[in-house]
Ligand binder design. Structure first.
Ligand SMILES: [Mg+2]
Length: 285
């Protein structure tokens, strides 16, 4: 298929598992792709975290003369898809083009932050004063410099279970209001109508309206790549095939049409950054 745009989860998809910034070879691949089509990152991170740990790291590895050519095709779907930005080369900044509201009819957001922070004590903590829409919980190892990635993933699993139990105790049908995703390095609680599938739809709308792209209702012309498609993962709604053409470079859902695995020429699965680079190269070939 001739794709018109591409969307990438960040952690574990364009980074190696347990790494926080993309390598040079990933940056090269993303830059080449951005010269053929708009690219968007769809991540649990908020704008400032994406800029300082994502964009700035990418730009270090891109020739200064090429920065504008890269940035004018760059989009960010932050906070797990709850807020979308395009990069304006005029203002030299990300500009917001949509934002989904927190579902206050479920529970006041600050109240939920306090309840969850108490519930996860010893395992992690709520991230305060950073995200505009979503609630994010980090593991207690988050600020530790040298950490065992498997231990982080195990703590994140615990955070996920505690978060579900807590939400269920507020109301058993909490999923009408919020989704919970486990990214492997933490847990995000986002509005049910502001998950990563919303990001794909909003990206498609923007490209139709502002760039005149012919993108169908299901947005299959947008290739989407992530690593956590399982029900508990923060890419579940990104990669379930409702919208876009989804690929996984992490867990695989048995007997499901989507997401598709990334395979090398011997049919072996390629994971995380290695898989994403291979997929980009095959799109560009
Ligand atoms: Mg990920």
């Amino acid at each position: 298929m001739d794709y018109k745009a591409a969307m990438f989860d960040f952690d574990g998809t364009i980074t190696k598992k347990g790494h926080f910034a993309p390598d040079k070879d990933m940056t090269d691949a993303l830059f080449r792709l951005s010269q053929e089509m708009p690219i968007g990152f769809c991540t649990g991170r908020q704008l400032e975290s994406f800029v300082s740990h994502g964009l700035d790291e990418l730009l270090i590895n891109i020739d200064k003369n090429n920065h504008e050519a890269f940035l004018k095709n760059l989009f960010l779907f932050g906070e797990n898809g709850a807020i979308g930005y395009f990069f304006s080369t005029q203002s030299n900044n990300f500009e917001e083009f949509y934002r989904v509201d927190w579902p206050s009819s479920f529970i006041d957001e600050d109240e939920l932050r306090n309840i969850l922070d108490e519930a996860v004590k010893g395992v992690g903590s709520v991230y305060y004063n950073a995200h505009r829409v979503v609630v994010v919980i980090r593991t207690r190892l988050h600020y530790q410099e040298h950490k065992d990635v498997e231990e982080v993933y195990a703590l994140s699993d615990q955070l996920y279970k505690i978060t579900l139990d807590t939400l269920r105790s507020i109301t058993p049908d909490f999923e009408k209001y919020v989704h919970v995703g486990n990214s492997g390095i933490g847990v995000v609680v986002c509005p049910a109508d502001g998950d990563k599938d919303t990001g794909i739809q909003k990206f498609a709308e923007f490209l139709r309206e502002k760039r005149g792209e012919n993108i169908g209702e299901k947005a299959r012309e947008i290739v989407v790549v992530g690593d956590r498609p399982e029900l508990s993962g923060n890419d579940h709604y990104f990669l379930n095939g409702q919208y876009g053409t989804p690929y996984t470079v992490g867990s695989l859902i048995k007997n499901a049409k989507y997401p598709m695995p990334v395979l090398d020429n011997k049919g072996h699965r390629l994971l995380h950054a290695q898989g994403t680079i291979h997929l980009i190269n095959s799109i560009l070939a």
